[in-house]
Design a protein around this ligand. Structure first.
Ligand code: ZN
Length: 145
């Protein structure tokens, strides 16, 4: 259990896509999101502590959907001030013009661009939520017998 000491904080390790056990080993096969077909491909085991990372089909799609919705809402943070700044007729309401359509179009664009990272973060959250914690390489190996 020597890997337990000096663990980086969980949130930082999760966002940096590190192993849920030691929070040091990078969990994805490729550092870059490319090739896109392998964006969410995990390493079989953590290279630092040996924690088994691949378990059944943990793609985290449900979490990914939730994250996509969150990004949609976060888009309001930049869209609303921009909309108010660029509005030509101050008396006009947002439902009287095309602003809702442009919000949806720009949000869809942002979500598509961010999708590989959202998918990775969703998979990380799934790993952190459902992987059994504190398993050393030895106990993981025992469980696999
Ligand atoms: Zn590890």
């Amino acid at each position: 259990m020597s890997t337990i000491e000096n663990k980086p904080p969980m949130l930082i390790a999760c966002l940096r896509m590190r192993c849920p056990n030691c929070r040091k080993g990078f969990v994805f096969q490729n550092k870059s999101i490319f090739p896109l077909g392998k964006t969410t491909a995990l390493k079989e085991n953590c290279t630092v502590c040996g924690q088994k990372l691949v378990s059944e089909k943990n793609n985290g799609q449900g979490i990914n959907y939730a994250l996509t919705m969150v990004v949609f809402l976060l888009n309001l943070l930049w869209y609303c001030p921009l909309y108010l700044a660029l509005k030509k007729n101050p008396a006009e309401h947002w439902y009287e013009n095309d602003s809702m359509m442009w919000y949806l179009i720009s949000s869809i664009f942002v979500v598509i661009i961010l999708q590989p990272w959202l998918m990775r973060i969703a998979r990380m959250m799934y790993l952190y939520l459902y992987n059994s914690f504190g398993q050393s390489a030895e106990t993981t190996a025992d469980n696999n017998k």
